[in-house]
Design a binder for this molecule. Structure first.
Ligand SMILES: [Zn+2]
Length: 237
C-alpha cells in the first residue's frame, strides 16, 4: 500500500507534464494572452447593451409625459367626435355608441331586479353642443375657463363626444342629478358595487387633481374601440 501511494504521488506531476505538451496548449496560451483584450471588448459591448435597454423605457416615458402634457387642456384629454353611423338612440334624447348599448340597457335591467332605478341623463354630445355647454354656461355663471373646466370639459375634450360616456341619476332622487350628493343614493352605491360587471367605470373620482368629482359620470370600456379611446386616460404615468 505504501508503495502504491508513492507511485500515485509520482504519477500526478507526470500527467500534468503530458497535458502541457498537448498541441492545444499553444492555443490556450494565445487565448490567455488575449483574454484581457477580449474581456474589454465584451465588457464594452455589455455596457452598450445595458445602456440601451435602460434608456428605452425611459425615453418612452419621457415621450408620454411630453405628449400628455401637450395634449391636455385644463386637465382634460382630447377626444374625437364619434361618427353618426356608430350612434344609436336608446331614449328619446339619448344617443350612445352602438358598442355599449346592450351592456348599458342590461345594467339598468339588472339594477331594477335589485330594486334600483337608474335614469340616463346624458349620453353622446356633439362638439358643437359641448361648445355651448362650456362657453354659454361659463358666460352665464361668470366663470374663468380653468374654473369652468373643473365641472365641464372644453369642446373637443369631452368623453361624451365619443359616445362611450353616460351620466346616470337615481330615478327616485332626481334632486341629486348632476350633484355630488348623488354619491349618497342607492343607485350610486349599486353602481359602485356592480358597474364593472357591465364594463362601466367612474371617470372622475375623488383623486383627480384637475377635474371635480363626478359620481354620475361613467364610461364604457367593454370594447377594443372604447379601450383605445381611453388608453391615454388609463395609462399610469
Ligand atoms: Zn358626464
Amino acid at each position: 500500500m505504501e508503495l502504491n501511494k508513492d507511485i500515485d504521488q509520482f504519477d500526478i506531476p507526470l500527467a500534468k507534464r503530458t497535458y502541457l505538451n498537448n498541441p492545444y496548449s499553444t492555443l490556450l496560451k494565445k487565448l490567455l494572452l488575449f483574454s484581457p483584450f477580449l474581456f474589454l471588448i465584451f465588457s464594452a459591448a455589455g455596457l452598450l447593451l445595458i445602456r440601451n435597454v435602460e434608456l428605452l423605457p425611459l425615453n418612452n416615458l419621457k415621450f408620454q409625459v411630453e405628449r400628455n402634457h401637450d395634449a391636455r387642456i385644463l386637465g382634460h384629454l382630447p377626444y374625437n367626435e364619434t361618427p353618426k353611423e356608430k350612434l344609436v338612440l336608446i331614449e328619446p334624447n339619448i344617443e350612445v355608441h352602438a358598442d355599449m348599448r346592450d351592456s348599458l340597457l342590461k345594467m339598468r335591467e339588472e339594477a331594477k331586479k335589485d330594486g334600483i332605478y337608474l335614469v340616463f341623463l346624458s349620453g353622446y354630445r356633439s362638439i358643437n353642443l359641448q361648445n355651448d355647454i362650456f362657453y354659454s354656461l361659463k358666460s352665464v355663471r361668470n366663470q374663468e375657463a380653468a374654473e369652468r373646466a373643473r365641472v365641464s370639459a372644453p369642446p373637443g375634450y369631452s368623453e361624451h363626444s365619443t359616445g362611450f360616456a353616460i351620466d346616470i341619476g337615481d330615478a327616485t332622487q332626481r334632486e341629486t342629478d348632476f350633484e355630488t350628493d348623488f354619491e349618497n343614493t342607492d343607485a350610486f352605491i349599486w353602481l359602485i358595487k356592480n358597474a364593472a360587471k357591465f364594463h362601466f367605470k367612474l371617470s372622475f373620482n375623488k383623486d383627480n387633481k384637475y377635474i371635480d368629482y363626478e359620481p354620475w359620470h361613467w364610461r364604457y370600456e367593454g370594447s377594443i374601440e372604447a379601450l383605445r379611446v381611453f388608453e391615454s386616460s388609463n395609462r399610469k404615468l
